[in-house]
Write a protein that binds this ligand. Structure first.
Ligand SMILES: [Zn+2]
Length: 290
């Protein structure tokens, strides 16, 4: 049977506290924690060298860790500025190149803001530029083993609510959604407290895309503080913010779904990924009464 996979976004404090220095050591460290996923952060720019990327990839393969990459935050697909459009294209293509070096099979990215445009016009513009980037990526052979995963965003003024991300994913077969439930919690003013609300998301994905994709979707999870405008700050599982992870674990276990769940807690992302995994595996082995 296949299982959901769990892991951290970036390197947690505990890794450094244990003497860890470089990301190449992370897959081994995760293996000792019995975690099977790792999201490498290129969020401040793609600066990693090819040999380092390949070493991380080898370590991941040796330790049974699935890799994804978070593309730079500077991506702005709706931009009206030609230079920013060119940089956006560069950020996505470079992230895909690094994914290829590493053997990462998913690249997460943010669509960006609408600027001064109407939301619908901005989305149209985003699709247009993204279509061009996809064409170039295909020409360079960068989409053979990698999918691109637009993320649901945490602030209302950013493009990428659930419906927009799902619509975006209809553009090309090499696209899958990244469901960030912390963000969804923040933009909906506090939803995703109960099973039913998680069920609805997967039902929506199944109806709009297909169930295989819904089952294998990419997920970000963290507790989050929000205001009227949405996301304010990521917290840890010890802090008293929502959303709770238990209903999500119950839903994916009941449906035998196999998403990859990346924890984005502030500093405790590996420990919290493990907490989710323990809860999920408990249900799967019939220990926890469902
Ligand atoms: Zn993100």
């Amino acid at each position: 049977m296949n299982y959901a996979q769990f892991g951290p976004a970036g390197n947690p404090d505990a890794f450094y506290n244990a003497g860890g220095k470089a990301s190449v050591e992370m897959p081994g460290w995760l293996n000792r924690m019995e975690l099977g996923a790792y999201e490498y952060q290129c969020s401040r720019g793609v600066t990693i060298k090819e040999d380092t990327a390949r070493l991380i990839g080898e370590a991941a393969q040796k330790n049974g860790v699935q890799l994804s990459i978070h593309a730079p935050y500077y991506i702005s697909l709706a931009t009206e500025d030609e230079k920013i459009a060119l940089n956006t294209k560069g950020h996505i293509l470079k992230s895909l190149r690094v994914a290829q070096w590493m053997g990462a099979d998913r690249v997460v990215f943010h669509i960006g803001g609408p600027g001064k445009q109407e939301r619908s016009a901005a989305l149209k513009k985003s699709s247009y530029l993204f279509g061009k980037i996809i064409e170039e990526a295909e020409r360079q052979g960068l989409l053979n083993d990698v999918v691109l995963a637009p993320e649901t965003m945490g602030k209302k003024n950013q493009l990428g609510n659930l419906v927009e991300v799902v619509e975006f994913c209809k553009m090309h077969p090499a696209l899958i959604p990244t469901l960030d439930f912390g963000h969804l919690h923040a933009v909906t003013g506090g939803k995703y407290l109960e099973r039913k609300e998680y069920e609805e998301v997967f039902d929506f994905l199944t109806a709009e895309l297909d169930e295989k994709l819904a089952s294998n979707v990419h997920i970000h999870f963290s507790r989050i503080e929000f205001t009227q405008a949405g996301e304010k700050r990521h917290w840890t599982f010890e802090d008293s913010y929502g959303p709770p992870f238990e209903p999500l674990m119950e839903v994916i276990a009941a449906r035998h779904y196999t998403p990859r769940i990346i924890c984005e807690s502030a500093g405790t992302q590996a420990k919290d990924a493990k907490l989710m995994q323990d809860y999920y595996l408990g249900i799967m082995s019939g220990i926890t009464v469902n």
